[in-house]
Unconditional design. Structure first.
Length: 82
């Protein structure tokens, strides 16, 4: 369901978003749908969808993990609970 810029502002942070002078600003909000999330889970469990996790770090190591000195493949996951 598309939403207007005014609704986006209300949902985001309540402040007006300005368009950059040299580019295009695009904003969107993703609302979770239980049925679609269930389908994603089934695809992962069935091997039809795989994650691309490159590194898992604790919250204490998050800054270093999110600012690597070398190029890494995959996404970095920050583990909140031990």
């Amino acid at each position: 369901m598309p939403i207007s810029g005014e609704k986006l502002q209300d949902r985001a942070r309540g402040t007006a978003l300005s368009r950059p002078t040299d580019g295009l600003a695009v904003d969107f909000v993703v609302e979770a749908d239980r049925a679609e999330l269930g389908e994603i889970v089934q695809r992962v469990r069935g091997g039809r969808l795989r994650t691309n996790i490159g590194d898992v770090a604790s919250v204490d190591d998050a800054i270093g993990a999110l600012n690597p000195t070398t190029r890494r493949s995959g996404k970095t996951v920050i583990r909140v609970r031990p």
